[in-house]
Each structure stands twice: as C-alpha cells, then as structure tokens.
Ligand binder design. Sequence first.
Ligand code: DGL
Length: 269
Amino acid sequence: MVDAGIGVFDSGIGGLTVYKALRQELPAGERLIYLGDTARVPYGTKSEETVVRYALEGARFLQKRGIKALVIACNTMSAVALPALRREIPLPVVGVIGPGAEAACRVTRRKVIGVIGTAATIRSSAYARAIACHLPEARVIGRACPLFVPLAEEGWVDNDVVRAAASAYLGDLKREGIDTLVLGCTHYPLLQDVIGATVGPEVTLVDSARATASVVRARLEERGLLSGGTQREDGDHFFVTDSSERFHEVGSRFLGGPLARLEQIDIVA
Ligand code: DGL
C-alpha cells in the first residue's frame, strides 16, 4: 500500500494549486494521480445532488487506480460531498475546507474574515461552520465569485476582464473591513495577483493548498503510508475528461513544465 499513488481530484484545473503544494510537501517517491473533470466543470453552479454524484464517480475512478488516499482538491466537493465520500470510499479522504479555515483563524488579526468561493460553497456555509469551531467570535462574510472559475480555466489570470470581475466582486468585502480573505475555491489562487491587488496589502490572502498538503502528509505518516524519497520511474499521471490541450497549456504554464502523462478518459467507463 505504501507504493500506491495518491488521488487528487478537482472539477478542472484548480486542483493543480493543491497538486503543486503536495509535490512540495511530500517525498519525491510519492506518485500523484490527478483527475480534472474538465468536461463537467464548473461544479460550483450545480445542485448539491449533482455535485455529490460527480464526486462519487470521480472518486471511484481514482479508487480503481489503486490509490492509498484521496485528496479532494476542490472546495465545492469538500463543502457538500465529504460525508458521502467518507462513507463510500474506504480510504483516508482529505478535503480543503478544514485546513483552509484553520489557516485563516491563525492569521486573522481583527477576526473579520472574508471567504470567496463558488455559489455551492458559499451557500453551504461550510467555511463559516469550520471557522466557528476554531474562532467562534469571528465574523465571516462570504461572497460567491462564479466568473473566476471559467476565467482560470481559460488561462485568463491577469488582464482587464479579470480586474473588472475582481473589483465588482470584492469592492464591498473590502468596505466590510475584512483583514483576511480565504481563497475558498482551488481555482482562485491562479488569479491571486489580481485578487490581492484589488483587496490591498492590508488583507492577508489564505490559500488552503499548503495547509491541506501538510494534513495529507500527517495522515500518511500516522498510518505508516508515507513513501521514501527516491523519485519513481512511473511518475505522476493526469487524467481529464475533455480534450487535454487547454489543460496542458494552462497547467504547464502554472507548474513551470510539461505534464508528461496526460490522458483524456471517460470517467464512468
Ligand atoms: N475548484 C473548485 C473549488 O474549489 C470548483 C470550481 C468549480 O468547478 O466550480 O470549488
């Protein structure tokens, strides 16, 4: 089991922000198997039932590849599908909301925390609940920013359109006096320069990727499942459900190198 891969699952390209953090945190001997459900992205505009169904289908696809742990590199699935995934998938399943909420509680100074995410994530209030566990007196202000996901998928991370969307979504959050802003969608760190410039330097941005990667490492260590440090010949594998050109173009730009093994698959085949 130690030699098995780790599944990393998102609706599209956003989970690469978590993939990158996992690569930095985990020994080189760990093999990551990434799934981006690019044919059905975005998940964040869909109903809870649909997101749960997609989450289980993707998780089973990865489970069939013999993984030892599953990282849900998507806030939307973490917000609405984690209980179902934990019930159905007999593996350690790590989501991004708990680690992200904890990180926000560590950095906030005035305890006024903004959370941006997909409509499904914000509607679920999952962040508000997770933050309340650590910091019950915190004020949490959520804002859905649905256009950020297609912009990131398009590879538009810093241009006038992104700046206009950011200022429309984030202007009033700033006026509410937030000192911390949780990037509660794994696509959003791709737009973090524009988001940071819009809210200004006095607001600390929290990206749950690093915090999630340390939780994954700790879980594997606890169970004696952490691999050694030697890089393996059968490297990381990327699966997408729609044609792979755009994913390759945007992903390799973000990761700073080509995605060697990238394959288009049918998730339920
Ligand atoms: N990147 C995902 C998230 O963290 C989902 C984006 C989407 O599919 O709407 O919420």
